[in-house]
Design a protein around this ligand. Structure first.
Ligand code: HEC
Length: 103
């Protein structure tokens, strides 16, 4: 029984690795968020034209950051956001998404 559970757990980790989805590290994300809070606010609440990012779905956040990184237009002000995503690694994106989701 235990062996079976281990195999399933290992399979899940492997499957998520295959999809390129890393489990984000909230603490690492917090440090990386330092450069984002000027626009999105220290608690991710957003302000004026800067959308709130707090508590949003991890997958949505990661997916949207990947679009900005790829230079894809998402909303009317994507030009302001793209330069901040261009240098993010997949791991950075996963960590940041985990952190913003935790806010
Ligand atoms: C110069 C201000 C600025 C900085 C700095 C900035 N952003 Fe943004 N961000 C924006 C704007 C403006 C938008 C909306 C863009 C659009 O219209 O597509 C946005 C959109 C987003 C979105 C999509 C939100 C949604 O609900 O669709 C996420 C996620 C995000 N930013 C995360 C980050 C992260 C993470 C950082 C730091 C690495 C960061 N931003 C740094 C201005 C900024």
């Amino acid at each position: 029984m235990k062996k079976w559970a281990m195999a399933v757990a290992t399979g899940l980790v492997f499957a998520s690795g295959m999809g390129g989805v890393h489990a984000g590290d909230v603490e690492a994300g917090k440090a990386k968020y330092a450069t984002c809070q000027g626009c999105h606010g220290p608690s991710g609440q957003g302000q004026a034209i800067f959308p709130g990012v707090a508590g949003k779905d991890v997958e949505y956040l990661a997916d949207t950051l990947q679009k900005y990184r790829a230079g894809e237009q998402v909303g009317p002000n994507s030009m302001m956001m793209m330069p901040h995503a261009i240098n993010l690694s997949d791991e950075d994106i996963a960590d940041l998404a985990a952190y913003m989701n935790s806010l």
